[in-house]
Design a protein around this ligand. Structure first.
Ligand code: FES
Ligand code: FES
Length: 133
């Protein structure tokens, strides 16, 4: 049912935990299942994501997509991170079963929420970023 990459990221999640010096934090919940994901960003003066952590209270697919999403945004600019969609995360994981696609949306939404939080704290506008619900 799950790809090897999904199982790997579920069993050995990358970048799990919290960041004390985070300057962008996003928390989102999945209305369908009640699972929760939080992403922490440490973004430097050049708007590069120097460090990232996540905490996910949810299913295995949500943990695996969080883990892969943090890998995909690490070292990227905030605009590159905006392009890390749930589709990109799923592709990087070699796919998810159809009933688990909604889990990957959490990762995209959490990235957006954390970027929004960063922009608000810095008083900047990130073009193309919509206010999280
Ligand atoms: Fe999310 Fe079961 S519905 S863990
Ligand atoms: Fe809820 Fe996966 S079942 S996020």
């Amino acid at each position: 049912m799950y790809s090897e990459k999904v199982m790997d990221h579920f069993q050995n999640p990358r970048n799990a935990g919290e960041l004390e010096n985070a300057n962008g934090v996003g928390t989102v919940g999945n209305a369908k299942c009640g699972d929760i994901m939080r992403i922490y960003f440490d973004i430097d003066d050049d708007q590069i994501i120097k460090d990232v952590r996540f905490k996910t209270f949810g299913c295995g697919a949500a943990v695996a997509t969080s883990s892969m999403a943090t890998e995909l945004v690490k070292g990227k600019t905030i605009y590159e991170a905006l392009e890390v969609t749930n589709k990109a995360v799923m592709e990087a994981l070699d796919g998810l079963p159809p009933v688990k696609v909604h889990c990957s949306l959490l990762a995209e939404e959490a990235i957006h929420a954390a970027l929004w939080d960063y922009a608000e704290k810095k008083g900047i506008v990130i073009e193309g970023l919509e206010k999280p619900k």
